[in-house]
Design a protein around this ligand. Structure first.
Ligand code: SAH
Length: 271
């Protein structure tokens, strides 16, 4: 079992989920697997309370996140782009304050309306599959199931544009609130039924689903660019959910079934 991080001691004061302490995320450069310390203001340059909230939080969460990244690397995540992105995004800002102390453990967490944020390991694994054989930045990506917005934020660091669609209005709005302070201008949130994909952004270099269906919808296959890759939990003929990777080629589709996973169901319509 992993050791539970001491962080965040002061988090209940920080307004996690309201934006406090989040604006540094895009500015801070954390190399892959790095233990680079967050910028810390010299003592006495800020009012006491603000200093405890801002630099204290930034420092603690940076160190805990670096530990999470090291663990991801030990678990087999190799792509430096993915490790770098995982190190940048403040996962604790995407969950309820009461759960923030578990944000960097390898566990899925409830995000409201019966949905869950995937384990960091699963997020990293899926994004690594998406990046496979693509040099440099990915192009336009479609994410099905915005949820709390965490994975969209991670994707924003490895792709030029991220279109993320959510069918539950409450979560779509929550994700908007969570993402606003980070000013990730390449993330576009859409409220709608992701089973239809999002034709306006097509063709996509990659499609990644955070919800598992019986089949991969035809719309996703249609909206994938040739050379693009689709990663989705899908029910296999054996009746369990597994990660499916589909590569679109000029000749057709190459499909690979990987490990068993447990994702929330892909549902049609909006609510
Ligand atoms: N990537 C998310 C994980 C959210 S869980 C995160 O980082 O938090 C999966 C999400 O998929 C849920 O919010 C669920 O409402 C959504 N979902 C399920 N079916 C959907 C559909 N047809 N279109 C869009 N979103 C869908």
């Amino acid at each position: 079992m992993s050791q539970r991080p001491g962080f965040p001691i002061k988090l209940s004061n920080t307004g996690a989920g309201t934006g406090a302490g989040k604006g540094t995320a895009t500015a801070r450069k954390v190399p892959a697997g790095a233990t680079a310390p967050a910028v810390q203001k010299p003592a006495g340059t800020q009012p006491k309370a603000a200093s405890a909230q801002v630099s204290g939080l930034g420092l603690d969460s940076g160190a805990v996140r670096a530990r999470m990244v090291r663990k991801l690397a030990e678990q087999g995540v190799k792509d430096p782009r993915v490790l770098d992105a995982m190190g940048r995004v403040e996962r604790h800002c995407f969950v309820e304050t009461a759960l923030a102390n578990q944000a960097y453990e390898d566990t899925s967490l409830p995000i409201g309306l019966g949905q869950t944020i995937s384990k960091p390991n699963v997020v990293a694994r899926m994004i690594e599959l998406l990046c496979q054989d693509v040099p440099g930045k990915l192009g336009r990506i479609l994410e099905i199931g915005t949820g709390c917005g965490y994975q969209a934020a991670v994707l924003s660091h490895v792709a030029t544009e991220v279109y993320s669609i959510e069918r539950l209005r409450g979560l779509h709005e929550k994700a908007r609130t969570h993402l606003r302070p980070f000013k990730l201008h390449n993330v576009h949130l859409i409220f709608g039924d992701g089973m239809l994909g999002y034709p306006k952004g097509a063709p996509y270099a990659g499609i990644i689903s955070a919800a598992g269906g019986e089949n991969v919808p035809q719309s996703w296959l249609d909206q994938l660019a040739v050379g693009g890759r689709l990663i989705a939990p899908t029910v296999t003929p054996a009746g369990h959910q597994a990660l499916v990777v589909i590569l679109k080629t000029a000749q057709g589709f190459d499909r690979q079934v990987l490990e068993a996973v447990h994702f929330v169901p892909l549902k049609s319509g909006v609510a």
